[in-house]
Design a protein around this ligand. Structure first.
Ligand SMILES: [Mn+2]
Length: 312
């Protein structure tokens, strides 16, 4: 498998790297990091990273634009994306071959070759293991990208999934001399309006007896604080420290639907996410409901799993 992927990369003259829509630091970091590594090892190859940039992460780099015809001979690598529907760029599967490299459960094996490892913290970490195995050097310009991805997906090394292997990869990346001050300054800065929206979220938490916390953000509220859904969705972690909390949800109303971000400290929630047109990790998932009248359905399902769960 890994050997097959290495051969496909070495044979291809054009490689187009995709990842999921509404990218997070792991999506972009794995994408840019792999691009830098491959471009420096194979200067003669055309290596492109495509998709739409997230405004708040624009500091991470600049994406490329490719034409439909570029796909004819291209090897496409899709990173950090469990389902075909979540790929940013609908031409992704029109390449000559497609490789999927990911750390989410492999529910939709949409590629010709799949490398999925759910024991790593992030796709960025997985790529570093892979590149080490192949003996491909990781220059500092790639290391900062992979580091950003790991920091993002582990919540600065605190989430479940952060292992000793994660730390050894982090140490290897730090040893290239990357500027983590620069990274944290850019990753964790907040616009005033966003901070005020956070204040609103914290003041409107509802906590059920079963230990389910939730906040509903209507379109009107998002407009009041001049926040995009993308910005607001990051606030799902802002009340993780609430005492008595087992699982929680942030509901974000958009013009055509309500996006639901789900988090948990123990009860498995990705099965519930699936019931509401979503999916993800057991402790971090996303779903979509039609409108705000369905909020109570999601909460009552969360109440069921939270009520049945007890911390050791
Ligand atoms: Mn990821």
């Amino acid at each position: 498998m890994k050997e097959q992927i290495r051969q496909l990369i070495e044979q291809a003259s054009t490689i187009i790297i995709h990842r999921h829509e509404r990218p997070d630091p792991d999506a972009l970091g794995s994408q840019f990091g792999l691009q830098v590594v491959l471009q420096s090892r194979f200067p003669e190859k055309k290596i492109k990273a495509v998709g739409e940039m997230a405004t708040s992460l624009a500091f991470m780099g600049t994406l490329d634009v490719v034409g439909t015809t570029d796909y004819q001979e291209a090897l496409v690598i899709v990173l950090d994306t469990a389902n075909q529907g979540r790929i940013d760029g609908k031409e992704a599967l029109s390449g000559r071959q497609t490789i999927k490299i990911d750390h989410h459960p492999d529910e939709d094996p949409y590629a010709d070759v799949q490398l999925v490892d759910t024991t790593v913290s992030s796709t960025s970490e997985l790529l570093v293991h892979l590149l080490n195995e192949w003996g491909y050097p990781i220059p500092a310009a790639a290391a900062i990208q992979f580091y950003a991805g790991i920091v993002g997906d582990t919540g600065r090394f605190q989430f479940r999934g952060t292992t000793s292997r994660t730390f050894s990869v982090a140490a290897q990346l730090l040893d290239t001399g990357i500027d983590t001050d620069w990274l944290y300054r850019n990753m964790y800065q907040t616009e005033l309006a966003a901070l005020q929206l956070q204040g609103y979220v914290l003041q409107h938490i509802q906590l059920t007896e079963a230990g389910v916390g939730y906040v509903v953000l209507t379109q009107e509220m998002l407009a009041t604080f001049d926040a995009t859904v993308e910005q607001a969705s990051l606030l799902v972690n802002s009340f993780a420290g609430l005492k008595g909390l087992k699982t929680w949800a942030l509901f974000l109303e958009t013009e055509k639907e309500v996006r639901v971000r789900l988090r948990s400290k123990g009860p498995v929630i990705n099965e519930i996410a699936k019931e509401f047109n979503g999916g993800g990790h057991p402790m971090a998932s996303g779903a979509t409901i039609k409108d705000l009248t369905e909020v109570e359905h999601v909460i009552s399902r969360l109440n069921e799993v939270a009520g049945a769960f007890h911390f050791e």
